[in-house]
Design a protein around this ligand. Structure first.
Ligand code: R5P
Length: 296
C-alpha cells in the first residue's frame, strides 16, 4: 500500500490534525500565505510522489476562498505525483444540485469538474445535502453520516425529558428518522417551502403531538437560520416545552443566531465540519474510520 499522509488545510487545521492522529499518519509540511489583495499561495515542503494524500479542507465561508485553496493544494500535490483524496467535511454548493428555476446554473457540477481537473481522485464529505448531488461527480464520492456522532453527543450532553425529533422538510426526513430511531424518540416531519426568488421560508400548518416535549429540530445545514426559526416557532406555538437546534453544518450567516434566539431556540449544536462557536461535536472519528476503509 502506498504511504499515506494528511494535509490539514487552512479551513480545517484542527480537524486535519485530529484525523491524522487517529489514523496514525504524519502531517505533510506545507505553507499557506494569504496576500493583502486576497490571493493565496500554497507551498508543499516535502516530497509526495507516489504517496496518497488526504487533503482535509472544508469549504464554509468564505466559500470561494476555501474552495480555491482546496483546488490549489490538490493541483500542486497531484502535479508532484501524489494521489489526492479530498476530504471536504462541508461541501459548499451542494444545494445547487439541480436547475430549480429556468436558466439557473447547477454549480455543484462545476465544482465536480474543477476538483477532477485539479487532480482529485476521490471525494469524502460529511452528510452531503442530496444524493442527486453525488451523481454530478465523475470520481467516487463518499458521504459519511454525522448522525451517530450527533446522537452520541445529544445523549450525553442534552438534558432532554420527553423528546421528539422534527425534520423541517422532506429533504432532511431520512436523516431525522435515523436520528430519532438511534435516540429513541418520536419523529415528525414538517412541510417547508421556500420562495425560490426571495428565499423566504414558510412551514405548512400541521397538528403535531409535541405538547410538553423537548423538541430537537434537525437539519443538515443551518445557514441564515430561516428554516429552523420557522420550525421552532411552529412547535413552540403547539405547546412544546423547548426547542433545540441540531445540525451537521452550522454556517450561521446573516444574523442566524439572533433569529434562532428570537424564535425561542435554546441550545444550538453543530459539528466541526465548520469551525465556529457552535461546533461542539467532533466528527474526526467518523471521518478517520471511513478513511481507514478506503482501498488504494
Ligand atoms: C435545505 O434544504 C437545507 O437542508 C437547509 O434546510 C437549508 O439550507 C437551511 O438554510 P437556512 O438556514 O438559510 O434556512
Amino acid at each position: 500500500m502506498a504511504e499515506r499522509v494528511v494535509v490539514a488545510g487552512p479551513a480545517s487545521e484542527d480537524l486535519g490534525k485530529s484525523i491524522a492522529a487517529k489514523l496514525g499518519l504524519g502531517l505533510l509540511k506545507t505553507e499557506f500565505k494569504v496576500f493583502p489583495d486576497g490571493e493565496s499561495k500554497f507551498t508543499s515542503e516535502e516530497k509526495v510522489s507516489g504517496k496518497t494524500v488526504f487533503v482535509v479542507q472544508s469549504t464554509y465561508p468564505p466559500v470561494d476562498q476555501h474552495l480555491f485553496q482546496l483546488l490549489m493544494m490538490s493541483h500542486q500535490l497531484s502535479q508532484e505525483g501524489a494521489k489526492i483524496v479530498a476530504v471536504v467535511p462541508y461541501l459548499a454548493y451542494a444545494r445547487q444540485d439541480k436547475e430549480f428555476l429556468p436558466g439557473e446554473g447547477v454549480t455543484l457540477g462545476i465544482v465536480a469538474h474543477l476538483m477532477r481537473s485539479a487532480g482529485v481522485r476521490r471525494l469524502v464529505t460529511v452528510d452531503i445535502h442530496s444524493a442527486e448531488g453525488m451523481s454530478l461527480f465523475s470520481i467516487p464520492v463518499y458521504s459519511v453520516s454525522a448522525i451517530p456522532t450527533l446522537v452520541g453527543y445529544a445523549k450525553e450532553n442534552l438534558r432532554l425529558g420527553d423528546a421528539a425529533v422534527i425534520s423541517p422538510d422532506f429533504g432532511a426526513s431520512k436523516r431525522t428518522e435515523a436520528f430519532a430511531a438511534l435516540f429513541g424518540a418520536k419523529y415528525f416531519q414538517l412541510s417547508k417551502t421556500r420562495d425560490r426568488k426571495t428565499g423566504e421560508v414558510s412551514v405548512k400548518e400541521t397538528s403535531l403531538d409535541v405538547k410538553g416535549k423537548d423538541v430537537v429540530i434537525l437539519d443538515d445545514i443551518i445557514s441564515t437560520g430561516g428554516t429552523v426559526k420557522a420550525a421552532a416557532e411552529k412547535v413552540l406555538a403547539q405547546g412544546a416545552s423547548s426547542a433545540v437546534a441540531v445540525c451537521t453544518h452550522g454556517l450561521f450567516v446573516g444574523g442566524a443566531v439572533s433569529k434562532l434566539r428570537q424564535a425561542g431556540v435554546g441550545t444550538i449544536v453543530g459539528t466541526n465540519t465548520v469551525q465556529g462557536e457552535f461546533s461542539v461535536v467532533d466528527i474526526s472519528e467518523a471521518l478517520a474510520s471511513h478513511l481507514k476503509t478506503l482501498e488504494e
